[in-house]
Design a binder for this molecule. Sequence first.
Ligand SMILES: [Zn+2]
Length: 97
Amino acid sequence: MITYDQALKHITDSFGYANMIVMADGGLLCIPCFKKEQDLIRSCEADLISVIGEDQFEKETYQSSEQWVINRIDANWCDDQLICDHCYDSIVPVYED
Ligand SMILES: [Zn+2]
């Protein structure tokens, strides 16, 4: 899993191509929710790191109980059916016709 700061850097570095967040429980999060829920995500990752340690945090990819920890950043290239599991807005693909 990755921290909020790592995710933010990845998103910034990708110039808009990294447009969705895959959470530790498998849910998807849109970029606006990612920014809006920054405090919640930061506090959840801090809690989890305090329990399992930083090394294990980096290694793990899935935690069903941790909805607000980030697994990875991904790009939605062309799927116009993807929806944010938090606000239910669509995650607009990079290549939108
Ligand atoms: Zn959302």
